[in-house]
Structures are given as structure tokens and as C-alpha cells.
Design a protein around this ligand. Structure first.
Ligand code: MLT
Length: 307
């Protein structure tokens, strides 16, 4: 019998994906030596620790910035990813983020918790909470989406369905025909146009040299007073210090993101999740299945899709 393919798994890769690599042909584990392929989620990989035996890498997610893709390409090792497989999960968290900021949910909840005690205290807390945490509604507000790939397009579509005006811009897509968006999304021609005109701004670009600190003090200064910034894309696209200053200056109503950092800590107008955007059962399964199938197809047939 031919030798089995050896797959090293870093991070927990959903069993639904691993099931696409049958045990008759694959040995899979977190301690497999001399692997033919690696399946990884968020672990940061350095080229020096990627064994010479590796012929393919599967990243169970959309972004590949934890993998030295260019170096792997020099070695002739394709890096497969799962574009779109977790887009719905991220979109849902963006909507939650908009509502968290619009309705002051985190400070209101913390306030209510802090006052709990006797029944009389609870009644007082409810009264004070109603007075102090009045929010805003989404219909009629403008949602700006920067980055219109699989996730950004879904977020734009959700904004339209929620009754919002949506304005979108993608630094990479300039041709009208390339837009996979509802016709009612207004097409902006610059980041500035989006930030100036939006009540909520949601970022969906990868972290590249040209997108690092894309949202800086200068762009925050252009935002409408009371704007909400949402970053479920990548840490580093937003200058955290500028955000904190923008909130202190009353420019930003809030910042909801998926990247906790010391610079953001302890601010009631900032909510930072531990990179939960893609953390649903469905998204984890979809991503793992998509990359496992691509890696299998490459090892067994030499086919390359999404690399
Ligand atoms: C992605 O790039 O799709 C996410 O980082 C996925 C993840 O959370 O693992």
C-alpha cells in the first residue's frame, strides 16, 4: 500500500474538516513529524520552523497574514485559504457591534450590574439606566463599508436590509463591474469620502503595508461627530491611540473591535472582543472543510484552487 499523507494540525481544526482526509490515506495530528501539509488557524508561523517536507499549507480562515506566503511561494508551497467561509459569522458580529455602540449596551450593563443589591436599588438602577443610556436606531443612518470582498459585501447588504444608507469603498476594486453589491450601495471613490459621510464605519480590508493605520488621527478628524468605528478585520488597520483621543475629543461615539489591547483598556466607549469574528461552529466547520478539501486535492491530484 502507498504511504499515507502526513498532516500536521496547529490550533484546533474542526473535525468536520479533518473528516475530509480519510484515515486510509492520511495520518493527522498535532505531533506529526515530516508533514506533507500543515493545517493552521491563527498560529503565527515563521518560515524557519516550517519543515522542508511541507508541500502545502491550509489556513482555516480568510486572512493569511500569520503565514509567510511569499517565502512559501519561493519554496513552491501553495497556501490555501477559505475566502467567504466565515463571512456570515463576521457579518453577524459586525451587526452586534453596531447595536452595542448604538444602544450603549456595555456601559449600561456594567452600570446595572454595579448597582444590583436590594430590590429598591434595582428599581433605582432601572430608572437611572433608562435616563442615562438612551441610544440611537439604525434605519436612516449611514453605514460606510471599507473593503468589499466577501465579508464587506455581506455587511453592506445587511446594512441595506436594516434600512440604512450604505456607502462603500474598496482600495482594490475600482471597476463598477467588479462590485458584488446591492445596487443601492453608493460607490465612494476614497476612504475620505466614506469616513466623512458615515455614522457607522466598518473595516473589511486585509492588513498590508498600505492599510496599516488606515484609520489614523487625520481620518478620525474627518468623521461626523458621534460616528462609530467597527474593526473586525485586523489589528493594525486602526491607530488605537488616535481612537482613544478621538473618543476623548467627542468625535467618536464608540469603537467596537475584535482585538483587545492595553491602549484600549478601561474605556466605556470601547468594546474589544478576543478575535471572535469567525468563532462560530458553522464558520469553523466551513473553513476547515474548505481548506482540507483544497489540501487533499493538491496532494492527491496537484490541483490548485484559492492559493
Ligand atoms: C480570518 O482571517 O478569516 C480569521 O482570522 C479567522 C480566524 O479567526 O481564525
Amino acid at each position: 500500500m502507498a504511504e499515507k499523507y502526513r498532516i500536521l494540525t496547529l490550533n484546533n481544526i474542526s473535525p468536520a474538516g479533518l473528516a475530509r482526509l480519510p484515515s486510509e490515506r492520511y495520518i493527522i495530528g498535532s505531533d506529526v513529524a515530516e508533514p506533507d501539509a500543515i493545517l493552521v488557524r491563527s498560529a503565527k508561523m515563521h518560515e524557519m520552523v516550517i519543515p522542508a517536507s511541507v508541500k502545502a499549507i491550509g489556513r482555516a480562515g480568510a486572512g493569511t497574514n500569520n503565514i509567510p506566503v511569499a517565502k512559501m511561494s519561493e519554496r513552491g508551497v501553495p497556501v490555501f485559504n477559505a475566502p467567504g467561509a466565515n463571512a456570515n459569522a463576521v457579518k453577524e458580529l459586525v451587526i452586534a457591534g453596531m447595536l452595542i455602540a448604538a444602544r450603549n449596551l456595555m456601559p449600561a450593563w456594567q452600570f446595572a450590574e454595579s448597582l444590583l443589591g436590594e430590590d429598591a436599588e434595582i428599581a433605582k438602577a432601572v430608572e437611572a439606566g433608562k435616563k442615562n443610556y438612551t441610544g440611537i436606531e439604525l434605519p436612516g443612518r449611514t453605514l460606510g463599508v471599507i473593503g468589499l470582498g466577501a465579508i464587506g459585501s455581506l455587511v453592506a447588504d445587511a446594512g441595506i436590509r436594516l434600512g440604512m444608507n450604505v456607502i462603500g469603498f474598496d482600495p482594490e476594486i475600482t471597476v463598477d463591474a467588479a462590485w458584488r453589491l446591492p445596487a443601492t450601495v453608493k460607490k465612494a471613490t476614497s476612504v475620505e469620502e466614506v469616513v466623512k459621510n458615515s455614522d457607522f464605519i466598518s473595516l473589511h480590508v486585509p492588513l498590508l503595508d498600505k492599510t496599516r493605520n488606515m484609520i489614523d488621527a487625520a481620518r478620525i478628524a474627518l468623521m461626523k461627530p458621534g460616528a462609530v468605528l467597527l474593526n473586525f478585520a485586523r489589528e493594525g488597520i486602526v491607530d488605537d491611540k488616535a481612537v482613544v483621543e478621538g473618543i476623548a475629543a467627542g468625535r467618536l461615539r464608540g469603537y467596537v473591535c475584535d482585538f483587545p489591547s492595553n491602549a484600549l483598556k478601561g474605556n466605556p466607549r470601547i468594546v474589544a472582543f478576543p478575535h471572535l469574528g469567525a468563532s462560530t461552529q458553522e464558520a469553523e466547520e466551513n473553513c476547515a472543510v474548505m481548506v482540507a478539501e483544497q489540501v487533499r486535492d493538491y496532494l492527491e491530484n496537484g490541483n490548485i484552487l484559492n492559493a
